[in-house]
Design a protein around this ligand. Structure first.
Ligand code: MYR
Length: 281
């Protein structure tokens, strides 16, 4: 039986203890403040990032992991594993997927499969956790990849940014060019379509945006059974905790996580962003 390693990038924001427990290997993306480059989850914490973002005039940028880092990771894993599955954030918002594919082509010693989750954050993490669970249950790479692909049908993520100018500045907001002037004043609900971020619905306030996202969740769920939900925040934990508590009362059978937009995603969404994502098993 083939021994399969699961690798994901840092934007899945799976807590370190859970990652270790599930034997998931993480490759970090970078956040850049001026001349300083930090590997997220390694060189810079969530708290330090948001503090720095508030203090510094120059706003941060981000970059994907180098091809060398992928190659090095593949080489290290190659001595213990027969196959590798790499689970990345959406290829529509980062070159990470493509870099992993190029590194996989260059490393010919073992089969490496790269899976584009078409999303990010802990929702991407849900795919990695599912893959790790299947590895423990001795599934083949074919079975795992088929399952992950099928899960795209029952996975959703909606989010809002307190200040849309970060997403606009980083060029990751699609389909809003025509009305960007007015968009910057409001809090549209955003989601992924064809791997890219597009406005889902234009609403005026955070309260309305959160209510809309909760209603989309409600429409999609019969019960919480077999559902993983992530409430995600960009340095506004109290608000997210409150939403999580409401959802726990409503869906006692669901597994609900409080998660965060870490440095790389936070650099594009800015502080005060909120999101809810879910995956139905
Ligand atoms: C890179 O430099 O390669 C990373 C670019 C990351 C862009 C992030 C854009 C915001 C994504 C929001 C995801 C919300 C998921 C619930």
């Amino acid at each position: 039986m083939s021994k399969i390693a699961i690798v994901t990038d840092s934007t899945s924001y799976i807590p370190e203890d859970l990652r270790k427990q599930q034997d998931i290997c993480m490759i970090p993306l970078n956040v850049v403040f001026g001349e300083e480059t930090y590997k997220e989850e390694i060189d810079i914490t969530f708290e330090d990032f948001y503090y720095k973002m508030q203090q510094q005039e120059q706003l941060p940028t981000t970059s994907q992991p180098s091809i060398g880092l992928f190659e090095e990771t593949f080489r290290d894993l190659g001595s213990d594993f027969d196959e590798i599955i790499v689970i990345t954030l959406s290829s529509g918002i980062s070159g990470t997927y493509q870099t992993a594919v190029s590194a996989a082509h260059m490393y010919e010693d073992l089969p490496i499969h790269v899976f584009d989750t078409e999303t990010s954050c802990l929702i991407q993490g849900f795919y990695a956790l599912e893959a790790a669970k299947m590895v423990k249950n001795k599934a083949s790479s074919k079975e795992i990849l088929e399952r992950l692909e099928a899960l795209k049908q029952s996975t959703r993520a909606y989010f809002m940014a307190d200040d849309l100018s970060h997403l606009h500045r980083g060029g990751r907001l699609n389909g809003a060019q025509l009305f960007i002037g007015s968009m910057l004043q409001i809090k549209p609900v955003l989601h992924f379509e064809n791997k890219m971020i597009v406005p889902y619905e234009k609403v005026r306030t955070e309260k309305k945006a959160v209510a809309k996202i909760k209603s989309l969740l409600e429409e999609d769920l019969d019960s919480g059974k077999g559902v993983s939900i992530a409430v995600i925040h960009g340095n506004c934990e109290e608000k997210a905790e409150k939403i999580k508590q409401e959802l726990e009362e409503k869906y006692p059978d669901a597994t609900i996580y409080l998660s965060y937009f870490g440095p790389v995603i936070g650099a594009h969404l800015g502080p005060g962003s909120l999101g809810i994502g879910w995956m139905k098993a």
